[in-house]
Design a protein around this ligand. Sequence first.
Ligand SMILES: O=C(O)C(=O)C[C@]1(C(=O)O)C=C[C@@H](O)C=C1
Length: 355
Amino acid sequence: MSAEELKSLRSKLDEINVELLELMTKRAEIVTDIGKVKAKIGTKRFDPVRESQMLEELVQLNKGPFSDDTIRHLFKQIFKASLDLQKIDQQKELLVSRKIKRTDTVIEIKGLTIGGEEKVIIAGPCAVETYEQTRAAAEKLKSLGVRLLRGGAYKPRTSPYDFQGLGEEGLQILRKVADELDMIVVSEIVSPNEMEMAHKYIDMIQIGARNMQNFELLKVAGEANIPIILKRGLAATLEEFLFAAEYVVSHGNSQVILCERGIRTYERATRNTLDISAVPILKNESHLPVLVDVSHSTGRKDIVVPTSKAALAAGADGIMVEHHPNPPVALCDAAQQLNPEEIENLCNQLKPFLR
Ligand SMILES: O=C(O)C(=O)C[C@]1(C(=O)O)C=C[C@@H](O)C=C1
């Protein structure tokens, strides 16, 4: 074969490459439209039945020289690339995505900002038990410059026999203490029915890990005009987490704060595994503020200082931590709640990281 022949054959291939590229581009446009339709009607992007029908049809038409397996392999690659395209296209359109809003969302609440220059600490007891306990915890926190007071009144506990919280009475205690000390109440609700009542007592509503995909609760949170702290589910991917946040934002409430709280893994040295890489990934992909719950993610107070530093160094806008005036008698999470001395030590150690 002469050099001339090689040149001419290659130039034919160049033309075919361009044709293939044009056809692939055309296909990609249709695939993107299909992705949009699927998103609208809520169908899964991946459709293995459709893929195998197409592969069988193509194999039937295949006259060689490529083997049937090669044809299957090549087209499977095209389907995979198409799926990725649909995914990117959908992500591009998420309201929580940085692609939609480049600047950080900053949430203002009673003179305090979350997601801006300053980093915050949200602290308080796992559960509100009594006025005295809540007031003692709040006084200590206030003296350390912490204004965001957390406390559980509705507790979704793993065991039905564990303390379930004081309910509305717990919220009344939180509100009273917060008003006395000019603090901000952060507390969880677990059902859409509680939303209206919660407005009377709570300044920032938490949706807990177990309710991250409670879509009715997310929709009601989306219709409310109050900041929402949304915790990552125990086994939720970051994509699922962002979709959950999208439920709230797409229903009208853009005041959403994401909170990484550890995920379930095989590791038992900690209660959950703190996914520290979630912090920069969420900050890159979303404009929403990101917090880390350093108590639930590890369940260990002996490593609360380094994990808090790691969270802030990784770009978190703040941390959430449990503090109880007397942890050994606490009604829940006794082992992970910091006592007064420990919370003071944590706040002191975090000073250089808070701005
Ligand atoms: O037909 C669809 O439902 C598509 O989304 C298109 C397509 C394809 O590339 O042909 C992509 C992904 C699905 O798994 C199946 C098929």
